[in-house]
Design a protein around this ligand. Structure first.
Ligand SMILES: CC(C)(COP(=O)(O)OP(=O)(O)OC[C@H]1O[C@@H](n2cnc3c(N)ncnc32)[C@H](O)[C@@H]1OP(=O)(O)O)[C@@H](O)C(=O)NCCC(=O)NCCS
Length: 197
């Protein structure tokens, strides 16, 4: 006799969805189903190690692109401690005494992304700071969920506008698209220029 089917666990559900990715399932429906699995919570001290691993993985293509763009001679100097400094930045953002806040996205208790924010009470402007989604979960709407969440946090804190800084290089194309999708529009382009001495 057939066993009664047990309820699908979130991870099984995601696996099924991944298998369905190349079928004719409507992509909005697909994303909505996946989004339903994502929970967002405030950072806890025990999350830091996972966040650091996720950060290193997600930004690996970004630092690689920076090094390719600058060339070895300059990159070896100016980016010598870039990853280390980013790790320190994340630690600082997560510090309990930091004025900034960090939020964490989870799927079935597994950390899949994070976003940090700063609030400028004087200018009533919130800023999205360092953020990333685990590459295994990228392109599935987790970033969009994190941005929607953090923008709502800013509104509730009395902010009237939001800003985010993002690279104009190819490795930041996903971030630029995701920010546009989250409603960011008017842009002031800026360039970082380098030379060797
Ligand atoms: C930026 C980032 C957090 C986005 O997270 P994500 O969960 O993949 O984003 P979403 O799935 O919500 O996608 C948002 C939009 O970006 C698009 N996008 C995702 N990956 C993309 C890619 N590789 N190229 C172009 N667009 C991309 C999505 O298609 C979606 O737009 P659409 O709905 O119009 O199709 C993630 O790509 C990341 O961690 N990047 C590396 C770290 C980084 O750049 N952080 C931000 C700078 S501090």
């Amino acid at each position: 006799m057939a066993q009664p089917s047990r309820p699908l666990k979130a991870r099984d559900c995601l696996r099924k969805l991944a298998a369905a990715r190349n079928t004719n399932i409507d992509s909005d429906v697909y994303r909505e189903m996946q989004n339903a699995q994502v929970e967002i919570k405030s950072f806890e001290a025990s999350d830091l190690d996972d966040l650091q691993s996720l950060r290193a993985l997600a930004f690996e293509p970004v630092f690689r692109s920076f090094r390719e763009t600058l060339g070895v001679e300059i990159a070896d100097i100016v980016l010598a401690s870039a990853e280390e400094e980013q790790a320190e930045l994340l630690e600082k953002l997560c510090d309990p005494d930091s004025p900034d806040q960090v939020f964490v996205a989870e799927i079935e208790d597994e950390i899949v992304g994070f976003v940090s924010m700063s609030l400028d009470d004087k200018n009533k402007t919130g800023e999205i700071r360092l953020n990333a989604v685990h590459p295994d979960h990228a392109g599935r709407g987790v970033g969009t969920r994190l941005y929607e969440f953090v923008l709502q946090q800013m509104r509730e804190a009395g902010m009237e506008a939001a800003t985010v800084g993002v690279g104009g290089d190819p490795s930041h194309a996903p971030a630029r698209r995701a920010y546009q999708k989250a409603g960011f529009g008017p842009t002031i382009p800026s360039l970082w220029m380098y030379r060797s001495l």
